[in-house]
Write a protein that binds this ligand. Structure first.
Ligand SMILES: [Zn+2]
Length: 85
């Protein structure tokens, strides 16, 4: 249902996808630490495609969208989850 699975825009390819098919990165409102699918604060969305992950990493699309650095281990977790499919 649309209301339960709203569309979000990927920071890399700029296409819209259902929220449930994307990664959500959240800059915590208090600490400004960037976490995956956790907490509350400013969010950026990335679709789960290898080329978008590469693009986001290379061009720092997520850290620009969130205005906070994205930790390297978070990118590694995303890569691992892609390769496990
Ligand atoms: Zn994308």
């Amino acid at each position: 249902m649309v209301g339960r699975d709203p569309l979000r825009r990927c920071v890399a390819c700029r296409q819209l996808f259902p929220r449930s098919q994307m990664w959500r990165l959240v800059r915590q409102f208090d600490s400004h630490q960037v976490l995956l699918e956790e907490g509350m604060g400013r969010s950026a969305y990335l679709c789960r495609r290898p080329e978008c992950l590469q693009e986001a990493r290379r061009k720092q699309r997520l850290s620009k969208a969130l205005k906070a650095p994205v930790p390297e281990d978070l990118f590694q977790r995303l890569e691992v989850s892609l390769s496990s499919h």
